[in-house]
Design a protein around this ligand. Structure first.
Ligand code: ADE
Length: 225
């Protein structure tokens, strides 16, 4: 998978890709990440990428031309499955969307800034708009990092233990059950006895019950789907 990220703040975005699972996925060539500084596509001497709103109103708007030039330049080199715009008014990211995107070959992610982008970008260049939740960030960069993390860990082979993504919360519309590790007892707080029984079918049954109970308590909406 190849991900091209268009941003005015490439520096803000780099560190999440320099550690842990994302770094390993990049080093193992399972994913390629390319950053594109939108200012490199500015058309004036001041490297402007935004301007005031037509019709008045507070806040700057990202201009269509630098974004169009950047996306066209990328599209002239390869085909893209999706051009995603990170925006608080997009569809809310969930595990299902992450699964869908994880099987794409090439995607572009555009990070918004200021008030957002000229509507013509959304009408003519973007294929999918994604939000990471009902709150407004200062820019789309952190949202893009969240999307990339959720997607990259699902690419087959990225997680060491193939089953671990399959047992994540949300993967089957259930939250994950409680998990424990050593020591068996700490401060008088005990691990459920059943987990030491060696009875794997019983343990599996217990985990399913716990996952269901937790989902019912915390996210009953997931059970309605
Ligand atoms: N840009 C600003 N806020 C955002 C959000 N909640 N999700 C995606 N992109 C954003």
């Amino acid at each position: 998978m190849r991900i091209d990220i268009i941003t005015v703040l490439p520096e803000l975005l780099k560190s999440p890709f320099e550690a842990s699972i994302l770094k390993r996925a990049i080093t193992a060539n399972m994913v390629e990440i390319h950053f594109h500084n939108l200012r490199d596509y500015a058309t004036d001497n001041y490297k402007s990428i935004d301007d005031t709103q037509f019709g008045g109103g507070a806040g700057m708007v990202m201009m269509v031309e630098p974004i169009h030039k950047c996306i066209s330049n990328l599209k002239s080199q390869r085909n893209y499955d999706e051009v995603i715009y990170m925006t608080p008014d997009g569809e809310t990211l969930n595990q299902g969307i992450a699964n869908q995107i994880s099987i794409k070959e090439n995607i572009i992610i555009l990070c918004g800034h200021y008030k957002g982008v000229d509507q013509r970008v959304r009408d003519h260049l973007i294929t999918r708009e994604i939000s990471i939740g009902d709150f407004v960030l200062s820019g789309g960069e952190l949202a893009a990092a969240v999307l990339c993390d959720a997607v990259i860990r699902l690419i087959p082979g990225v997680l060491g233990n193939e089953t671990s993504a399959l047992t994540d919360s949300f993967q089957d519309n259930l939250l994950a059950p409680p998990i424990y590790t050593k020591p068996r007892e700490y401060n008088g707080w005990k691990v459920p006895e059943l987990l030491f029984s060696g009875n794997l079918p019983k343990i599996e049954e217990w985990r399913e019950e716990q996952a269901y109970k937790r989902t019912k308590e915390r996210r009953p909406d997931l059970l309605e789907d």
